[in-house]
Design a binder for this molecule. Structure first.
Ligand code: NAD
Ligand code: UGA
Length: 466
């Protein structure tokens, strides 16, 4: 079955880059990316490619090549569904904030709404591809919704989870370690799997394309994220042991990672993992384990998230200790807001939690990030204060203690401490002598990313790492 037209519902961090790469690698396929968010689609269509809503190295160059040739961004979901033989779902699936499974299970409202739209507008047989990260057996539910209102139209549901990491999305999509395609093990299901595999074969070597049943594909995605995050929490838990014993976590990480059975990736200690997915997907796995009567398994994975929360808190405690537990009215600069370098995404960034804890202690904070917009930073802080049930008047008072800068040196002016929260390359080569001159007292640099070279710092500065 040759696919000529595809569409993707959801023009976010996954939908945008994945469809751009498919359009680039498959010039004979027409790709439409649709979203209900009009502003986002406008931004994707903006004449100035620097204004596209996702910052990813290499993405804007691809957009320049393929946009309006075989890649289109639109809000017309009906037309996109009608035209396409294959429909990807790359909508967000956040943690539920109410109802059954609140705070744990994935909220599938966007997935279900998309399925209803497909059922409503589909005029012929469709292959529906889950790109979003979903709990095991979502495909079953999707099929039910699709088949509820459609007469004589047949749907095949595939699971094709996305493994790209932000900041390296284009590289990851060009050279994926593996592409996973799960589908029904029936004749029709296998035909649908082949149709999707044929698309990937345009640039991914066939030996890297794994076929499986739908449930395995869905679970493999949760399992991969859980195991990656588990390594970070493992090394971070050991960083706490290092702080108590005098061992050096970088030396421990190097020694452990040198064992080829363990490997050295995802062993970088940090202020804690962030991003929209690790915590969400682990909590989802915890919930799945619980409802399947596996409390020990649920608790095992829950610890990964608990250690991450602990690490953020430990970071703030390290600052507090240096100020004898009193940072009231102290000015602290936070360098980096995104959850990792090379992305403008700040979802679940450790910086949000660190900022909130510092503000709670009465500190004044000055923030600098090279890519996250000032309005997003303010929104992130406001949102966490709302989540903590802080009333509007108090919120305004707290927000008055937040200042955002577009120049890193300005953000360090008159500060007592500087916290490094994101590993942006530009922080590796700062003029520390200039920064020292701008600081007022204490001269504390607390590095949550291990990027500040100890031996290059002027004498007055006092560097500690997480
Ligand atoms: P996102 O929030 O950046 O984008 C999702 C988009 O879907 C939004 O623009 C939203 O407006 C749109 N949307 C939601 N419901 C819609 C509907 N009914 N109709 C039309 N548009 C709708 O999210 P994301 O980061 O791209 O993540 C999407 C999914 O991919 C999630 O399940 C996530 O877990 C998974 N994932 C994300 C990453 C990542 O790096 N961000 C990597 C792998 C997998
Ligand atoms: C992660 C996975 O790496 C992707 O494979 C997956 O597709 C994606 O989640 C998803 O499902 O959304 P991402 O969150 O974009 O990708 O970025 P990572 O590179 O995994 O980093 C996540 C967080 O862990 C960041 O805050 C990063 O700074 C932190 N981290 C990472 C560490 O603290 N130490 C490490 O050794 C590695």
């Amino acid at each position: 079955m040759k696919i000529n037209n595809i569409c993707c519902i959801g023009a976010g961090y996954v939908g945008g880059p994945t469809m751009a790469v498919i359009a680039l690698k498959c010039p004979d396929i027409n790709v439409i990316v649709v979203d209900k968010n009009e502003d986002k689609i406008k931004a994707w269509n903006s004449d100035d490619v620097n204004q596209i809503p996702v910052f990813e190295p290499g993405l804007k160059e691809i957009i320049e090549k393929v946009r309006d040739k075989n890649l289109f961004f639109s809000t017309d979901i009906k037309e996109a569904i009608e035209k396409s033989e294959m429909i990807f779902l790359a909508v967000n699936t956040p943690t539920k904030t109410n109802g059954q499974g609140k705070g744990m299970a994935a909220d599938l409202t966007n997935i279900e709404n998309s399925a209803r739209e497909i059922a409503k507008f589909a005029n012929n047989n469709k292959i529906v591809v889950e790109k979003s990260t979903l709990p095991v057996r979502t495909a079953e539910k999707l099929k039910e919704i699709l088949e509820e209102s459609s007469n004589k139209i047949s749907f095949q549901v595939l699971s094709n989870p996305e493994f790209l990491a932000e900041g390296t999305a284009i590289k990851d999509l060009f050279n994926s370690d593996r592409v996973l395609v799960g589908g029904d093990q029936t004749k029709e299901g296998k035909k649908a799997i082949d149709a999707l595999v044929d698309i990937y074969k345009n640039w991914i070597p066939e030996k890297k394309i794994l076929r499986s049943n739908v449930w395995s594909a869905e679970l493999s995605k949760l399992a991969s994220n859980a195991m990656l995050a588990q390594r970070i929490s493992s090394i971070n838990s050991l960083s706490a042991v290092c702080a108590k014993t005098g061992a050096d976590i970088l030396e421990v990480s190097k020694a452990v990672g040198a064992d080829s059975r363990i490997g050295n990736s995802f062993l970088q200690p940090s202020v804690g993992f962030g991003g929209s997915c690790f915590q969400k997907d682990i909590l989802n796995l915890v919930y799945l384990s619980k409802i399947n009567g596996l409390p020990e398994v649920a608790e095992y994975w829950h610890q990964v998230v608990k250690i991450n929360n602990y690490q953020r808190k430990r970071f703030v405690n390290l600052i507090l200790e240096k100020f004898e537990n009193n940072i009231f009215n102290k000015t602290i600069s936070l360098l980096g807001w995104s959850y990792k370098k090379d992305t403008n995404d700040s979802r679940e960034s450790a910086s949000i939690y660190v900022a909130e804890m510092l503000l709670d202690e009465g500190a004044i904070i000055k923030i600098y990030d090279p890519k996250v917009s000032n309005s997003q930073i303010l929104k992130d802080i406001e949102n966490i204060l709302i989540l903590k049930d802080i009333n509007a008047q108090e919120r305004t008072q707290i927000m008055n203690r937040v200042k955002i800068y577009n120049d890193v040196y300005q953000s360090c002016l008159n500060t007592s401490a500087i916290a490094i929260l994101t590993e942006w390359n530009e922080f590796k080569n700062l003029d520390w002598l200039l920064i020292q001159e701008k600081m007022t007292d204490s001269y504390l640099i607390i590095d949550g990313r291990f990027i500040i070279p100890r031996n290059k710092l002027p004498k007055k500065l006092n560097l500690i790492s997480i």
